[in-house]
Ligand binder design. Structure first.
Ligand code: AHG
Ligand code: MN
Ligand code: MN
Length: 344
């Protein structure tokens, strides 16, 4: 406790007491993840003062240009989490293959996946970025893990969370028992519980989509967005507001705070390149879906629940439509109508 406030460490330990047979391994792992996010937060805060802005001059496995901070944050995550003996392996958006725990360290029973810096196109313009992570159990041979061990549906996640590096740094977590938000108190270097039991309002009048892709969208997405744009002159009888930050973490955080819907749907341009979506299932879509569902929201590709997808590859991409339940249900219904008509 800090002056009557609950720190994230205390919160995690108290949660652990409710889990029968818990050994403290998971608690300790989560603490290391929290430490990594604090280190990244510190670097993001200092920005140009410590020379971490700008391009790294390299490409990641997805063919995206890496920022210096993508690479640094990835290294911070690896270093913070490799030594303690809780993990069998890690996988990151920034690394082609899974990361094996170096032989000098013991291995454990968990798998960690992460997007070390989400929204990194925003870093040089000083707009919010974040980190997303997910923890799975290693169900195979934990001493010799392979990429296949990671290919579990999102429903198998033990924990998911994100850190948001915004005007204040926050950590938002779920272990399948609701969603809680913590704010970093820079003075004591601890995340403090400030947003207990976060829930997503079911009704909303705010949508987020990159409208520059509009001409490539599928019909159901076009229909939904058109209706929002028509506002109170159209079938929705209500004016809608639009936001696009280009940081999924910031977008999801807004939705957890005041509701809304976020969409990065599949479109014709992606299809022509053989892509199934923009966002990555293991590092972005699954952890965010777990959080959103735990907060009473819904998350779908438009055609199926994201958390039920059986992954076929580590860096798989998926369409993402998540947020307030009634709006996501509406978009899913539009997909269903469209696909039924097309089949007939
Ligand atoms: P990342 O920086 O980890 O590659 O992720 C960026 C993602 C996501 O956070 C955001 O919603 C989306 O890409 C933005 O895409 P556009 O630049 O196409 O708007
Ligand atoms: Mn990302
Ligand atoms: Mn990233």
């Amino acid at each position: 406790m800090q002056n009557g406030r609950t720190t994230i460490t205390q919160f995690i330990i108290e949660e652990q007491r409710h889990i029968q047979g818990a050994t403290g391994d998971f608690t300790s792992l989560l603490n290391d993840v929290v430490t990594a996010c604090k280190v990244i937060s510190n670097m993001v805060n200092h920005g140009a003062l410590v020379g971490v802005l700008g391009a790294a001059g390299t490409e990641n496995v997805q063919g995206e240009d890496q920022k210096k901070l993508d690479v640094i944050s990835n290294d911070v995550f690896l270093q913070s989490n490799e030594w303690a003996g809780h993990l069998a392996a890690m996988a990151s958006e920034e690394m082609e293959d899974i990361y094996h725990i170096p032989s000098q360290y013991p291995k454990g029973k968990y798998l960690l996946t992460f997007d070390p810096l989400d929204g990194s196109s925003n870093i040089d313009v000083n707009v919010s970025v974040g980190t997303i992570f997910s923890i799975l159990r290693c169900k195979g041979d934990c001493q010799n893990p392979t990429a296949d061990d990671f290919l579990q549906p999102g429903t198998e996640q033990v924990c998911a969370g994100y850190a948001l590096y915004g005007p204040s740094s926050m950590m938002v977590l779920t272990t399948g028992n609701g969603v809680n938000g913590f704010t970093l108190d820079q003075n004591i270097g601890e995340f403090v519980l400030t947003h207990p039991d976060m829930t997503i309002p079911t009704e909303t009048r705010e949508f987020a989509i990159n409208a520059s892709n509009g001409r490539f969208w599928e019909a159901p997405v076009k229909r939904y967005v058109d209706e929002c744009l028509q506002g109170d002159t159209g079938s929705r009888d209500n004016d809608f507001n639009m936001r696009w930050i280009a940081s999924m973490v910031a977008e999801v955080h807004r939705i957890l705070t005041r509701g809304g819907i976020f969409m990065y749907p599949i479109d014709e341009k992606m299809k022509s390149k053989g892509l199934q979506g923009k966002l990555r299932l293991m590092y972005e879509a699954n952890p965010m879906s777990f959080i959103v569902e735990q907060a009473g929201g819904m998350s779908s590709t438009g055609r199926e629940r994201i958390m039920e997808i059986a992954p076929s590859e580590l860096h798989q991409r998926v369409p993402v439509i998540l947020g307030s339940k009634t709006e996501v249900e509406r978009v899913v219904a539009y997909h269903k109508e469209h696909d039924t008509d097309a089949a007939a």
